[in-house]
Design a protein around this ligand. Structure first.
Ligand code: UFG
Length: 341
């Protein structure tokens, strides 16, 4: 297959491309505007492609912006894509509250356009990056795919609206099928340290803790100790980026099946969680640095607990995580942070 990966120079996209190049025979084209993705990541992926040369497949990178509809149409006309894996999106929750239109334009509008391109140019398969943020303050834990969706910020809404566009398009067009993956808290990096999370001004717990352990921050904040959880701090389902990536490869296989549901939706997490305090202690342990942590009030919009029910993903996609180990997640995040700092 020839697979188009939007946002393939970014954190999760690059790990999926790495696995496509290492573990499949597919041709891959990355489309990325490099707004948060990186040239360096493309170079690392080119090396991985060279190390895994087989058949006459190719690996291509196109620098383009999804908002440039005319150019996107041209790119679809010039290529014979079989499948789309669509990562390119804005992902910072507080920013989405301040600048919702950026999220509705970049996420919902651009996703709608690229689905339109798939239908127009006969690209029959799509995998969409969605998020646990569609559940908002989840009505049940662990969260099932059928749990009520009630986003509490524009980021979550922009993704849920995109899901609706996908659903309606699948229902209306027999030759368009999709899988929607709802990600939980993605962290860690390639175990060979070739690619990782390079997003500047990161706000995510494990990345912030790694930066603090390495001294690129003087200290970090722990937001809220008065939640109804095991130790009063929020609990999340942290998943290693390579396990999340492998769910995409499983979804591609699923999309080839005759007896699939389309669109089908899957939670991608480990099904158990760690508290913020536990994660910080793990980072202190693996780094050997007792860094400063300031206790702060609750951060706006944080649900107390967000943990996936992944039983459908395991059963239907035959997905088996390999890196369900919070120490390994912290170690790989730390190693990557060291290599870029
Ligand atoms: N936290 C701190 N200090 C920090 C950073 C985070 O205490 O410096 C806490 C947060 O308050 C929260 C927990 O760590 O309780 C996790 O926060 P993250 O920012 O790492 O991640 P979120 O759970 O807020 O959100 C992430 C993604 C969302 C996705 C969600 C799914 O950013 O897009 O996971 O669970 F929807």
């Amino acid at each position: 297959m020839h697979i188009l990966v939007t946002g393939g120079a970014g954190y999760i996209g690059s790990h999926v491309v790495k696995q496509l190049l290492e573990d499949t025979d597919n041709t891959v084209t990355i489309l990325d505007n490099l707004s948060t993705g990186h040239d360096e990541t493309i170079k690392s992926l080119e090396d991985i492609f060279t190390d895994n040369k087989r058949g006459n497949r190719s690996f291509n990178f196109i620098q383009a912006d999804l908002a440039d509809f005319v150019n996107i149409d041209k790119i679809f006309s010039e290529n014979d894509f079989d499948a789309l894996i669509h990562f390119a999106a804005s992902i910072v929750v507080p920013e989405s509250v301040e600048n919702p239109l950026k999220y509705y334009m970049n996420n919902t509008v651009n996703t709608t356009n690229i689905i339109n391109m798939c239908v127009k140019h006969g690209v029959a398969k799509m995998i969409f990056s969605s998020t646990a943020a569609v559940y908002g303050d989840a009505k049940e834990i662990p969260v099932k795919e059928t749990t009520a969706k009630a986003p509490i910020n524009p980021y979550g809404w922009s993704k849920l609206m995109s899901e609706q566009v996908i659903t309606d398009t699948c229902n209306a067009h027999d030759n368009f099928d999709a899988v929607i993956l709802r990600y939980f808290n993605v962290a860690g990096a390639d175990t060979q340290n070739r690619i990782g999370q390079s997003f500047p001004n990161a706000t995510h717990l494990i990345k912030v803790a790694a930066q603090t352990a390495l001294g690129s921050r003087d200290k970090m904040s722990l937001f809220g100790e008065d939640y109804e959880t095991k130790d009063g701090t929020c609990e999340r389902d942290y998943i290693h980026v390579d396990d999340l990536a492998s769910a995409h490869l499983k979804a591609l296989v699923y999309l080839e099946k005759e007896d699939k549901v389309s669109p089908d939706i899957f939670n991608v997490g480990y099904g158990h969680g760690f508290s913020v305090a536990e994660v910080i202690n793990t980072m202190k342990e693996v780094s050997g640095v007792d860094f400063q942590v300031d206790k702060e009030p609750r951060r706006m919009g944080d649900p107390a607990i967000l943990i996936s029910d992944n039983s459908k993903t395991k059963k239907v996609l035959h997905w088996e995580p390999k890196f369900d180990d919070i120490k390994l997640i912290c170690q790989t995040a730390l190693a990557w942070e060291k290599s870029i700092s």
